[in-house]
Ligand binder design. Structure first.
Ligand SMILES: Cc1ncc(C[n+]2csc(CCOP(=O)(O)OP(=O)(O)O)c2C)c(N)n1
Ligand SMILES: [Mg+2]
Length: 366
């Protein structure tokens, strides 16, 4: 049978800062040109979003917010993306991007409000180019691609970035979005937070591919895998991809290899489907530990720097919780406000029934 090779493909893996907190060798020009302050800013942001997450878990356990999806272990991807994005770029999040959203400008109290089921927490300020959280897995990917088509059509000098999980790569939305972006060479960057699990489904049941990154090859554009717990790898790779998109050179797919250290959400018990040994092995690769170790050994980061940072972060979060808890509860009737321009008759009847019940309850309470 006559055969010839049509094409050869390869997928690159990027890591600068390894699990031991070292960059080996140290002379990568991309890294050596970064100022000391950038490393410290990255660290401050990672520490801050970890603390926001810890507080959210505590608030949920004490009944002060609702079901919450922890970001612990995945902070480096979120900080790397946030730092690489420009304010004028558009960001389309899934639901595990709370840290990235805060770094984009969402006030911390609004994030807590969102996770308390208060729709006011889902309203993005006009000047912030972010779409609302997408709870349906992967459905925001075609939205991001549509926005990128608009950007290209209008010749805006900006890019679009969307973030989703490994589970989303099994959705049709992902493949349709990637295909369309490739065909029309759109200015979009796809970032997958491959945290190894989609609730109880492990990556091995999600794909038979050696990487998720290689899926981009089938759609005609570059796919790259990065160490998602190395903020430098994420930042530099995402930044280059966004610049490429803004130059009109098309899409990039970036797979960030990371791990979800906590349960899927506070409504889950991951102990039922994954081993403690696996979790412990990933704890050693924590993005905080390695970056802290690096700035300690290269920039003399010391205990008093750390204490000052923790104090500042705690003050910020305490203030945010106070603001969140001081807000008057939202009017239950507002749930009917935003879905339809004109309510269909059945919902109109439901609204009237609820309105009557609330009035009766209010009168009884007076
Ligand atoms: C369309 C759809 N199907 C199912 C669900 C239920 N669900 C919520 S999160 C999730 C797993 C998502 O896994 P992944 O994409 O890896 O993101 P991760 O939760 O790990 O961040 C599922 C199946 C959903 N929200 N939307
Ligand atoms: Mg996942």
């Amino acid at each position: 049978m006559p055969k010839k090779i049509l094409s050869n493909f390869s997928v690159e893996y990027v890591q600068f800062l390894n699990e031991s907190g070292r960059i080996d060798p140290l002379d990568y020009s991309e890294v050596s040109s970064l100022p000391e302050q950038t490393f410290k800013d990255f660290y401050a942001d990672i520490v801050m979003i970890r603390a926001i997450d810890e507080k959210a878990l505590n608030l949920q356990r004490t009944g002060r917010i609702g079901t919450y999806a922890s970001i612990q272990g995945q902070e480096a991807i979120q900080v790397g993306c946030a730092k690489a994005l420009q304010g004028s770029d558009w960001f389309f999040p899934a639901f595990r991007e709370t840290g990235l959203s805060v770094l984009r400008g969402t006030p911390i109290e609004k994030a807590y409000q969102y996770w308390s089921g208060d729709e006011r927490g889902n309203v993005v300020p006009d000047n912030q180019h972010d779409f609302p959280v997408s709870i349906p897995v992967g459905t925001h990917i075609p939205h991001a691609v549509g926005a990128a088509l608009a950007v290209k059509y209008k010749k805006d000098p900006i890019a679009v970035l969307t973030v989703f999980g490994d589970g989303a790569t099994s959705k049709g939305d992902f493949h349709e979005g990637m295909n369309f972006a490739g065909v029309f060479k759109l200015p979009v960057v796809f970032v997958c937070q491959n945290n190894q699990w989609a609730i109880s489904v492990p990556l091995s049941r999600q794909t038979a591919s050696a990487s998720l990154a290689q899926k981009a090859i089938a759609y005609g554009f570059e796919g790259v895998q990065v160490d998602g717990n190395d903020v430098l790898a994420v930042y530099l790779t995402v930044k280059a991809a966004l610049e490429k998109a803004r130059r009109g050179e098309g899409p990039t797919f970036i797979e960030g290899v990371t791990y979800r250290l906590k349960d899927h959400t506070t409504a889950d018990d991951a102990g039922r489907y994954r081993s403690q040994e696996e979790v412990e092995a990933w704890r050693k690769k924590d993005p905080i530990i390695r970056l802290k170790s690096y700035i300690e050994s290269h920039f003399n980061w010391n205990a008093s720097d750390e204490e000052a940072l923790i104090t500042k972060v705690n003050q910020q979060i305490t203030k945010a919780v106070e603001t969140y808890e001081s807000k008057a509860p939202i009017d239950p009737l507002s749930m009917f406000d935003t879905l339809f321009e004109q309510l269909p008759p059945d919902l109109l009847r439901q609204r009237e029934r609820l309105s009557k019940r609330l009035n009766t309850e209010n009168e009884a309470a007076e």
